[in-house]
Design a protein around this ligand. Structure first.
Ligand SMILES: C[S@@+](CC[C@H](N)C(=O)[O-])C[C@H]1O[C@@H](n2cnc3c(N)ncnc32)[C@H](O)[C@@H]1O
Length: 318
């Protein structure tokens, strides 16, 4: 089934997967930007560019972006709507990564951060290419609880998100991404709580966020952010990255936007975005999600400035 046919699927009553109807197609098509329309940073701000990244790269303005979140096709054979990606050798995947990352460099501000997603197989390629242009800061391991079991191997249930910066001067808003954890052993000192607080939810501590993320689920059918995109990233994951590595009004670039998660979270958190996606159906889903974000700014698993240990029910942020 191609992406453009997914809107015709019959859904179970509690299934909240976002679909496109006939009205959506005409409404959201008019909001998409095409490659010839790209002029300067203003022209591409808060836009979904429907086109091939390699054509877009030729026209990107210099020193404009504060953050790049790149979730490229992994080195696996996979269908993305009308596009498909063929698994290749690690060497060729590395060359492909280099072919776009090298061109993005000039469009970044000196204070920018770069996040690149990948799986364990392509880890060495991503690290090498990233370090060619940027300073490596960390590799986040995201434990996704979904994964196919294997008879003679460990089930792969993790993805990497590599964190680089352009220079030593970069944004990291630690206080905005601390994790709220239940206190198991509530130590006291002179009768006072030691590093913990108490409210109606119980005893908790705000801890430094580590590079192992176990508190984020893959979007699934009963979640309001879910679409039919085969590799959609969770909004909560983008919220952590965007809050940590940007300030309000900063401009975020997503070169492989898919269903538009980066753009949607940027909007919900008062940042700006430029998103590029080659498949029109996914661009339209992104636009629909952006319109929905105007009505409901909530992010599942994050509310009142707090990331919860598990997905919590969405609360309205507006
Ligand atoms: C891993 S998915 C990104 C998913 C996205 N993070 C989300 O949350 O929905 C990669 C996307 O890159 C798109 N893509 C692949 N090659 C592209 C190219 N040359 N230009 C623009 N988009 C491309 C695919 O269509 C696919 O939707």
């Amino acid at each position: 089934m191609t992406a453009s046919e997914t809107g015709k699927k019959k859904r179970a009553p509690r299934n909240r997967t976002i679909d496109l109807n006939e009205q959506d197609l005409s409404k959201f098509r008019s909001r998409l930007m095409t490659v010839p329309e790209i002029r300067d940073a203003v022209s591409i701000t808060d836009k979904t560019i429907c086109g091939d990244l390699f054509q877009v790269l030729e026209k990107l303005p210099e020193r404009s972006f504060d953050l790049i979140f790149a979730d490229p096709p992994y080195n696996l054979t996979k269908e993305f709507g009308v596009e498909s990606f063929r698994q290749t050798s690690l060497e060729d995947y590395e060359k492909w990564l280099d072919s776009w990352l090298s061109k993005i460099r000039k469009s970044l501000k000196e204070t920018a951060s770069v996040y690149i997603c990948g799986d364990w197989r392509s880890a060495s390629a991503i690290q090498r290419v990233g370090m060619r242009y940027f300073t490596l800061r960390s590799r986040i391991t995201w434990e996704r609880e979904k994964g196919r079991g294997a008879r003679k191997n460990w089930k792969n249930a993790a993805e990497d998100i590599w964190f680089f910066t352009v220079s030593d001067e970069y944004v990291f808003n630690l206080e905005d991404v601390k994790t709220k954890r239940k206190v198991i052993a509530p130590y006291t000192e002179n009768g006072e709580p030691k590093d913990w607080q108490e409210n109606t939810d119980g005893k908790f501590r705000m801890t430094h966020p580590s590079n192992v993320w176990t508190d984020i689920t893959v979007p699934f059918w009963s979640m309001p952010e879910n679409t039919d995109h085969p590799t959609q990233k969770p909004e909560k994951l983008l919220a952590k990255i965007i809050l940590a590595s940007t300030n309000e009004k900063d401009l975020i670039f997503d070169p492989f936007a898919g269903s538009g998660t980066t753009a949607v979270v940027a909007r919900k958190l008062g940042r700006r975005f430029t998103a590029v996606e080659v498949d029109e159906h996914y661009c339209l889903l992104a636009e629909k999600r952006l319109a929905m974000a105007e009505e409901d700014g909530s992010i599942q698993g994050f509310s009142d400035g707090v990331f919860y240990e598990r997905n919590t029910a969405p609360t309205r942020a507006k």
